[in-house]
Design a binder for this molecule. Sequence first.
Ligand SMILES: [Zn+2]
Length: 167
Amino acid sequence: MEEIIESTENLQLCSLCKTEIELDSVFCGSCGFPENGTDQQVNIFHRRLSFNKNQKREADKKIKSARNTLYVLAGITILFSTIQFFSHQDTATLITGFILGVIYILLGSWTSKKPLMAVLLGLLLYVTTIVISAIVEPQTIIKGIIFKIIIIAYLTKGVFSASSIKN
Ligand SMILES: [Zn+2]
């Protein structure tokens, strides 16, 4: 009994995360806060904490941009296949467009877990669809070429942005 009382007297709460730490230990074992450290150690800790927060914010921004790229592509794909359907009664394009659109949306939601992989697969899928349509109908490569270049540039930017995220 006496031993237990003695051991609780040797403990204090970390002022940052409220974890119990021993009086003679400088740093909190849970969050790393220098509870019994010098002012300089406390300053360094706070500086590092805000640096990490900034890095996380930057990474979140990049993931969000990669996600938006894929959602925009999904929207454009579905929109164009719908237009194609109403102007040419092209059911095959409509179905393909909707399937591709759903895949881009799924890839977009996957960016929260694997941003680089998701946006890279999106880019590959988009380039593949252009190549396949060009093989089936060579004149399609010219159709909306500026649009295609913009989307590819946008996705490539997303790939570079996602690849620059530090874990
Ligand atoms: Zn702590």
